[in-house]
Design a protein around this ligand. Structure first.
Ligand code: FAD
Ligand code: MLT
Ligand code: ZN
Length: 462
């Protein structure tokens, strides 16, 4: 290790694992965006809170930027290290620390993978309900830093709802224990919620107290084929009024084509413009009959043109794969991703405006729509035409995103529903948040990170 700054780091934390191999720098320096060339100084893999503190103090002394890093499944470039930063990976801090049956709280280190949290909750007869396709790789620290959403927000809310307490190392190296698992705590500003969704720009989450809940009731999964988006919104309204929905997700024929090309099985003989995967409580014959009646009513009205209902866990998984496989099937094409939200009531008007905008902005281009319709959250992915250089493609997409961002501002929506701002959506922050809000964010960052070492250049420029 020739860099004198790294030598001084090892002197202050002799047991700290530090990697500098080119392959490791490449591996830890990027997330799922694959747009920026990784160029970190090194990778630090602390095993204790004290080592995290030592790294932060060193970074302040040396003025080296830190990039907190979880599973690097992020889709907004938040964990990208392309400018000589030290990547601070939480991957070795991956232990479940405690479970309290009375509080129903699981305490974990930040590097625990989401699926391991699910498994630990299940072992105690309970559930941690935040869930989505990256469950096998994303970390709870990353989920907290992005306030991750996923496929069950319609029933259980975002990550924020499930955080009972946080242990955080701030940008000055101070350790804060926020909320300590309390349900009621009206003692001033709730700094826990400030940390949630801060994308590693204020400090490092090192531990979390997670609230657990009852396991979901037995469910069934239904796949629906629909003729139009208007029908889809009506079906959502009918289903929501009659059934307990655990998830209500949509995708288009173009999305299905990508998933099928990636090995999934075609669900229906005919092609249809829109599909819904919905999971709902089906604990007894009555609930199952109600769901079937809702489906038949929609079929009679012409709101639904085909459907399938799971009769086993394997069938449910097969239907879910059609929705959950979309991101992976698109990834090799390096799509330009939009992750926008509006209030559900604004959805029809926003959609009409957006669809017109997209059709005009990307004539003949493969634009793939999917998302969490019950949360007002649309993912609009644009697949680059074959052979188009990435910078030309991104510049073109950004012109359309400018217009999209304007439409969002008119409808009071957000340029990032759940993926975070990171680098990808930084140019559009001011269409979603006011100048005054961003000025306050900068002020807060100065207090918690006076030397600007925490993930600089992400969310906003200092
Ligand atoms: P990383 O990508 O490593 O980091 C994300 C951000 O968090 C970065 O800014 C990083 O600096 C910061 N960070 C990481 N760990 C810490 C820490 N301990 N302390 C402080 N800051 C930290 N997201 C959704 O919301 N909903 C979805 O449905 C969804 N589906 C996905 C499906 C797939 C297949 C993939 C690949 C991604 C999906 N994502 C989804 C995006 C991604 O999984 C989430 O953003 C996730 O929360 C990132 O976790 P991570 O551990 O991978 O974080
Ligand atoms: C999803 O809903 O599948 C995720 O947010 C991932 C994505 O947008 O690609
Ligand atoms: Zn999503």
């Amino acid at each position: 290790m020739t860099d004198v700054r790294l030598q001084r780091l090892i002197e202050t934390a002799p047991a700290l694992r530090v990697l500098t191999d080119a392959a490791e720098l490449e591996h830890y320096g990027r997330d799922w965006t694959r747009r920026w060339q990784p160029a970190p100084l090194a990778i630090a893999l602390p095993a204790t809170v004290e080592e995290v503190q030592a790294i932060v103090r060193w970074a302040n002394a040396e003025r080296v930027a830190l990039v907190p890093s979880g599973g690097r499944t992020g889709l907004s470039g938040g964990a990208v290290a392309a400018n000589g930063e030290l990547v601070l990976s939480l991957e070795r801090m991956n232990r479940v620390l405690a479970f309290d049956a009375i509080d129903r709280v699981l305490t974990v280190q930040a590097g625990v993978v989401l699926e391991a949290v699910h498994n630990a909750a299940r072992e105690h007869g309970l559930a941690y309900p935040v869930d989505y396709a990256a469950r096998g790789s994303c970390s709870i620290g990353g989920n907290i830093a992005t306030n991750a959403g996923g496929i069950r927000v319609i029933r259980y809310g975002n990550t924020r709802e499930w955080i009972a307490g946080l242990k955080v190392v701030t940008g000055t190296g101070e350790v804060l224990e926020l909320n300590r698992g309390l349900i009621k705590n009206s003692s001033g500003y709730d700094l826990r919620h400030l940390m949630i969704g801060s994308e590693g720009t204020l400090g490092i989450v090192v531990e979390a107290m997670l609230r657990l809940t009852e396991p979901p009731p037995p469910t069934q999964v239904m796949l629906l084929a629909l003729p139009s988006f208007e029908a889809l919104m009506q079906v959502f309204s009918i289903f929501r009024s009659r059934m307990t929905l655990e998830a209500f997700e949509f995708f288009t024929d173009r999305a299905l084509r990508h998933v099928l090309a990636h090995g999934a099985q075609r669900p229906f003989d005919d092609e249809h413009p829109y599909y819904v995967v919905t999971e709902f409580a089906a604990a007894d014959e009555h609930q199952q009959a109600v769901a079937l009646e809702a489906f038949e009513a929609c079929l009679t009205e012409g709101l639904v043109v085909d459907g399938a209902i799971s009769q086993s866990d394997a069938q449910a998984a097969q239907l879910w794969r059609l929705r959950e496989g979309i991101t992976e099937s698109l990834a090799p094409h390096k799509p330009y991703k939009n992750d926008v939200s509006v209030r559900i009531s604004s959805m029809p008007a926003f959609l009409a405006e957006t669809q017109a905008l997209i059709e005009a902005g990307y004539p003949g281009v493969d634009v793939v729509w999917f998302g969490h319709i019950g949360d007002g959250n649309l993912h609009i992915n644009v697949v680059p035409p074959e052979g188009m250089p990435q910078d030309v493609f991104v510049a073109q997409c950004e012109q359309v995103t400018d217009l999209l961002s304007g439409a969002l501002a008119r409808h009071g929506g957000s340029i990032s529903a759940e993926h975070g701002i990171g680098l990808v959506k930084k140019p559009y922050l001011l269409d979603t948040r006011s100048e005054a809000e961003v000025a306050l964010m900068r002020g807060i960052k100065r207090v918690l990170d006076p030397n600007g070492i925490m993930n600089p250049g992400k969310v906003f420029d200092a």
